[in-house]
Design a protein around this ligand. Structure first.
Ligand code: PAF
Length: 305
């Protein structure tokens, strides 16, 4: 058995506030000695893997107190079946969080997060939330932003402490939307992006990868292969020739491509130059989504950043 401590489990926002205040007050070398303590929040839906561990470790490295939340948010699931089959494994998740040095696990029940049932007032993700993943999963980003807003309120430190919140670069559109919400609605939190963690073969880690068969998992590698191809061309300042990368993906029979686009990293708008045949310069984000078996996979690559 591992020697780490399991994080303390808190189930309500009130308990979370008490526990974070107590921990922040008790941290030697920060508040007591007149320095500004900080709280790091890692929001998750559980079914944790090394990608989440990277978020938790990044939070541990930079903050006095680290909270991870585990809540499978019904508002961001379109289909009931998808919500029901989302993997749940609390004991394993707490072990992993403990091994990353997380202090508190906030694991609210649905009635704690939505005491009056589905909320009447939600966060609207705007036009940015209706493209790419938002087009495939209508309402998903409104539901995601609504719960992130609530988690930011619940975890915001009561004491005068810094507040950072950690998200994976793998969900690039989610990250852009959260940054916009935090800026547009003045949340007092710093958003920290953590690079995507991959299997040795290159597949981006996702809680849904467990639904892939072995042959689907090897077929899915074509996504990261196509992204690497573009990244290599961008690094060499060659033309991106997106069409050839698209052909690589569509040539894989187990993979049904949804979108594969080169966009502006901050707005996700199409870029004026598409580098079909001109040398790549500047910065861009490549977004890809595909269905492999019963699983929708997304991945992305930052070019020139
Ligand atoms: O990325 C996720 O796991 C979820 O979308 C999040 C940010 C925890 C909100 O439910």
């Amino acid at each position: 058995m591992s020697e780490h401590r399991i994080p303390r489990l808190v189930r309500t926002s009130a308990e979370l506030l008490d526990a974070t205040t107590e921990l922040l007050d008790g941290r030697p070398g920060s508040r007591r000695e007149g320095q500004r303590a900080s709280l790091g929040l890692v929001p998750t839906m559980g079914a944790l893997h090394e990608g989440h561990a990277a978020l938790a470790r990044a939070a541990r490295e930079s903050n006095d107190v680290v909270v991870a939340s585990i809540f499978v948010n019904p508002l961001q699931f379109g289909e009931q079946a998808d919500l029901e089959r989302y993997p749940r494994q609390l004991d394993q998740d707490l072990e992993l969080l403990g091994s990353c040095g997380v202090d508190l696990a906030f694991v609210p029940a649905e009635a704690e997060m939505y005491p009056a049932g589905p909320p009447l007032i939600t966060v609207n993700s705007g036009a940015l939330g209706t493209k790419f993943e938002g087009a495939a999963r209508p309402g998903h980003f409104d539901g995601m932003l609504t719960v992130v807003a609530k988690l930011l309120h619940s975890a915001a430190p009561a004491v005068d402490a810094g507040f950072r919140c950690y998200f994976g670069q793998k969900d690039a559109q989610q990250l852009v939307l959260i940054r916009r919400m935090v800026n547009d609605l003045d949340f007092p939190a710093e958003i920290v992006a953590v690079p995507t963690v991959r299997t040795a073969a290159g597949l981006a880690l996702s809680s849904r990868n467990c639904f892939l068969t072995d042959s689907e998992e090897s077929a899915a590698l074509v996504l990261s292969r196509a992204l690497r191809l573009l990244k290599g061309r961008a690094e060499r300042h060659e033309a991106l020739d997106l069409d050839s990368a698209v052909a690589l993906v569509t040539g894989q029979p187990l993979v049904t491509l949804d979108y594969f686009e080169v966009v502006d990293p901050a707005t996700l708008e199409p870029l004026a130059v598409n580098w079909r045949d001109t040398p790549f310069t500047g910065e861009a984000l490549v977004l890809i989504a595909a269905r492999v078996g019963s699983v929708r996979l997304i991945d992305n690559a930052q070019l020139g950043c």
